[in-house]
Design a binder for this molecule. Structure first.
Ligand code: AMP
Length: 401
């Protein structure tokens, strides 16, 4: 699903573009239409699923497209930690860059000057407040914070907030808010305390559950940071290093599938392809050859990553970074089946680094990076950026004056 399908304002689409998001993640597909329609939400989704943009985008869209009082606090995002407040604020800076929506982060431990700045914004009104519970209570206790115009309340990482003992603080903050408001609750897990809070807070919520599987532990996962031109030579090099039984290579376009297969065959590798230009009969024959081990290397687009049970694959190469974490897990899950040990290599090009970082977040650990062999020339350095399109400014901090 593309972001244009949600009917977002152009200023928001520009921000999404500048962030490099192309299509919506599953949690975004499921919650954005519900939020736009005014529903309360309870979503089980963890970090790495794109949950932050899943609530920021529709709230921004509503603030842009519906009349609201600029001298009031319109939306509040309550989070357990300063780190999460900073992270959300950074995402908000990026996606709201071309809009006129104002926001401020309010979290503890930053001393007198930021407190005065927060006080000023909270008194004169700011569209979105991102806060930790303790710091918000400190401001509320001083009496100058008016939450009577609040339309949207978001609790992020709600389970962590309860673990940290913030239940009473949250209930207290809620008591300052109007009863008529839209509530969005995100939590990685759904223990009974969360259900209790949801029951007191949410009205007829839309329930969304983004279940994330984990890849089998015995898969050796490694990644190479590469330039596009280094990919084909690197595939050949890897295949020459060791005698692999069956090898599956996933590409994100059929053009890459065709090109890579051609190159491998030219170098006398036993390789063939599966992509959507082949008819059903041809695909089945290739698959049969691969399963019977007549064919050693199968190059395919994502059609093969889900569901098809091919046993005993020794090596999976992600020639491109898969679109999301679930795709990654499905792809590498083709190896190390039935307790055998498998290897999965992922090629990460300069402009795929953010996408891969998101997958690593979802996995809960980083994937070991291997150096590209010297004979292929210098590889990109970590964090190296692809050139941004001219005219797009990005990530400039914007705070309520
Ligand atoms: P989150 O789960 O909100 O912590 O997001 C994890 C990472 O995914 C962040 O770096 C986001 O910027 C990024 N992200 C969110 N939505 C998308 C999308 N639709 N496409 C690509 N990256 C995204």
């Amino acid at each position: 699903m593309y972001f244009t399908d949600f009917g977002f304002d152009d200023s928001l689409l520009d921000g999404i573009d500048a962030m490099g998001y192309e299509t919506a993640t599953p949690v975004q597909e499921q919650v954005i239409p519900g939020i736009i329609a005014g529903r309360d939400i309870i979503a089980a989704a963890q970090t790495g699923t794109g949950k932050t943009a899943a609530f920021l985008l529709p709230v921004l869209h509503k603030l842009i497209s519906q009349p609201h009082d600029a001298h009031k606090i319109n939306a509040m995002i309550i989070v357990p930690t300063r780190e999460l407040a900073v992270q959300i604020t950074q995402t908000l800076e990026g996606i709201s860059y071309y809009t006129s929506v104002s926001f401020i982060a309010v979290y503890g431990g930053t001393g007198g000057a930021p407190f005065a700045n927060e006080k000023k914004a909270l008194t004169s009104g700011v569209d979105i407040v991102i806060c930790t519970p303790g710091r918000m209570i400190s401001h509320l206790n001083m009496g100058y914070v008016k939450l009577d115009g609040l339309k949207y309340l978001i609790l992020d990482e709600a389970d962590r907030m309860l673990d940290m003992g913030f239940f009473d603080d949250i209930i207290k903050i809620l008591s300052y808010m109007p009863k008529e408001r839209q509530n969005l609750m995100f939590s990685a897990t759904m223990p009974s305390g969360i259900r209790k809070l949801a029951n007191t807070m949410l009205k007829n919520p839309l329930e969304v559950n983004i279940a994330i599987s984990k890849p089998p532990e015995q898969i050796v996962q490694e990644a190479f940071l590469v330039y596009d031109a280094q990919k084909i030579p690197l595939v050949k090099y890897i295949l020459q290093q060791k005698e692999f039984g069956s090898v599956l290579i996933f590409c994100s376009s059929k053009l890459s599938v065709k090109k890579l297969t051609e190159e491998l065959r030219r170098s006398k590798f036993s390789a063939n392809q599966i992509q959507s230009d082949l008819d059903q009969e041809q695909r089945e024959q290739v698959l049969l050859d691969f399963k019977s081990r007549k064919l050693k290397i199968l190059v395919a687009t994502d059609i093969l990553s889900r569901g098809i049970d091919i046993e005993d694959i020794d090596l999976v190469i992600n020639y491109d970074v898969p679109h999301d974490g679930e795709d990654y897990i499905h792809r590498i899950g083709r190896t190390a089946r039935a307790a055998t040990k498998g290897t999965a290599y992922t090629f990460v090009s300069v402009n795929e680094q953010t996408k891969f970082l998101r997958i690593e977040k979802l996995l809960g650990h980083s994937v070991t990076k291997q150096a590209v062999p010297e004979q292929f020339g210098a590889a990109p350095s970590p964090g190296e950026h692809a050139a941004k399109p001219a005219g797009k400014r990005y990530n400039k901090f914007k705070r309520k004056k």
